[in-house]
Design a binder for this molecule. Structure first.
Ligand SMILES: NC(=O)c1ccc[n+]([C@@H]2O[C@H](COP(=O)([O-])OP(=O)(O)OC[C@H]3O[C@@H](n4cnc5c(N)ncnc54)[C@H](OP(=O)(O)O)[C@@H]3O)[C@@H](O)[C@H]2O)c1
Length: 338
C-alpha cells in the first residue's frame, strides 16, 4: 500500500465555465487530511471517473442533482482505497466505489457518504468502465429502454466513447441485425468497425449523417441509442423505422453551449412511424447492477465486449481530462489516475 501523503489536494469549483473548462474554472487547495470520526473510514482516492455530466453540474441550472457550489470540491465518482477505519463495514486495503470528488482523500461512512466494494476480482479501471456507470448505462439503455430485439438495425452515436462503444457491442452480442456507429474522424470509425465489430461507421465530421443513414439503413432504424442529441438525433429521427425506439442517453452536443442547442425538427416522425423516444438515467437501475455485471463479466471474458480506457495521470489534469470528452480526444472511458 502506498504511504499516506500528509496533505489533501482538492480541486474546487472557482468559477462557473461558459464553454469548455479552463484555468479559471477550478482552484487547487491543499488542506490537512481529514481524520475519520466514529463509524467513518478514510480512503485514498486512486482513480476518478470522468463523465460529461460533471460539466452539467458546473452550471447553475436545474438538473437531476443540485449544481456543484462555488468553492465546493468538484463532484465525481471514483475508486478509493481504505487507509484507516473506525467502521466495521470498511477495512484497510478495501477498494471502494463512490462519490470521491476531485481530491486525494475521502471520508466514507455508513450513511449519505457510503461507498460500495468493487465487484470481486475486477480491476479499478474496469470497475469504472465496463462494470461502472458507462457500461451499465449501455446495458440498460440498449436492452431495457431501447428494448433491443433480434435482427434490429441499430444506430449508436458517440460510438467510440465509453458508453457508445459498449452499447454497440452489446447490441451485436444480443443479435442485432446491423450496428452502425456514428463517431468523429476516420480513426475512430476504423476502430469501431475493425476492432469492436460494428458493421459500419459514419464519420459525422466529414459525411452527411442523414444521407449515409439512408444508404446504410434503407428500411429505417429500429433502435437509436443517442449519446449526443442535436443534429444527429434529428437525422436519426428522420430515418426511423416503423415502431423504432430512441433511447435518449445523453446530449453532449449541448452541454457546453446550452443556449445554442439545435432545435429538433423531426419529432413528427415518431407519429408517422409509431415510434417511441424515451430518456433515462442510470440511477434508476442501481439495484439491477449485479445482474448486468454478471452478464458483462461473461462478455469481457469471451471477448464479445471489449472495454477500452483512456487514463490520464495526475489529479491536477482532471479539468483537461474532462475537456477530452468535448473535443473527442478520447477513445473509450476517460479515467484520471490520482
Ligand atoms: N443517462 C445516463 O444515466 C448517462 C450515464 C452515463 C453517460 N451518459 C451520457 O452518455 C454520453 C456519453 O458519455 P461517456 O461518458 O460515455 O463519454 P464518451 O462517449 O466516452 O465521450 C464523449 C464523446 O462524445 C463525442 N462528442 C463530443 N461532442 C460532440 C458533439 N458536439 N457531437 C457529437 N459527438 C460529440 C466525442 O466523440 P467524437 O470524437 O466521436 O465526437 C467524445 O469522445 C454523454 O452524453 C453522457 O452524458 C448518460
Amino acid at each position: 500500500m502506498e504511504q499516506m501523503t500528509d496533505r489533501n489536494r482538492r480541486l474546487v469549483l472557482a468559477q462557473r465555465p461558459t464553454g469548455m473548462v479552463d484555468d479559471t474554472t477550478t482552484r487547487l487547495e491543499v488542506q490537512d487530511v481529514p481524520a475519520p470520526g466514529p463509524g467513518e473510514a478514510l480512503a485514498r482516492v486512486r482513480y476518478l471517473s470522468i463523465d460529461p455530466t460533471i460539466r452539467t453540474w458546473m452550471d447553475d441550472a436545474p438538473g437531476y442533482l443540485p449544481p456543484i457550489q462555488i468553492d465546493e470540491v468538484v463532484r465525481a465518482g471514483g475508486v478509493a482505497e481504505v487507509v484507516e477505519s473506525n467502521s466495521e463495514n470498511y477495512s484497510p486495503g478495501d477498494l471502494l466505489f463512490g462519490m470521491t470528488g476531485w481530491q486525494d482523500y475521502v471520508i466514507a461512512d455508513d450513511g449519505a457518504r457510503a461507498m460500495q466494494p468493487l465487484p470481486p476480482g475486477v480491476a479499478p479501471t474496469t470497475a469504472l468502465s465496463a462494470f461502472g456507470i458507462t457500461g451499465m448505462t449501455a446495458y440498460f439503455g440498449m436492452l431495457d429502454v431501447a428494448a433491443l430485439a433480434e435482427g434490429d438495425v441499430v444506430v449508436v452515436s458517440g460510438a467510440a466513447g465509453a458508453t457508445g462503444s459498449t452499447a454497440g457491442q452489446i447490441a451485436k452480442t444480443k443479435g442485432a441485425g446491423k450496428v452502425i456507429g456514428i463517431a468523429g474522424g476516420p480513426q475512430k470509425c476504423a476502430h469501431i468497425v475493425d476492432e469492436l465489430g460494428f458493421d459500419a461507421a459514419i464519420d459525422y465530421k466529414s459525411e452527411s449523417v442523414g444521407a449515409r443513414l439512408h444508404e446504410l439503413a434503407p428500411d429505417g432504424i429500429d433502435v437509436y441509442f443517442d449519446n449526443v442529441g442535436g443534429e444527429i438525433l434529428d437525422a436519426c429521427l428522420a430515418n426511423l423505422a416503423l415502431r423504432g425506439r430512441v433511447a435518449l442517453c445523453g446530449a453532449i452536443a449541448g452541454y457546453n453551449d446550452r443556449g445554442g442547442a439545435h432545435a429538433i425538427a423531426n419529432t413528427s416522425m415518431l407519429i408517422i412511424r409509431r415510434g417511441r423516444m424515451q430518456g433515462f438515467l442510470i440511477l434508476d437501475f442501481l439495484e439491477r447492477f449485479p445482474e448486468a455485471q454478471a452478464e458483462m463479466a461473461g462478455w469481457l471474458a469471451s471477448g464479445e465486449v471489449k472495454s477500452s480506457e483512456h487514463v490520464v495521470d495526475g489529479l491536477e489534469h482532471a479539468p483537461d481530462a474532462l475537456n477530452l470528452l468535448f473535443t473527442g480526444g478520447n477513445t473509450g472511458k476517460v479515467i484520471v489516475k490520482v
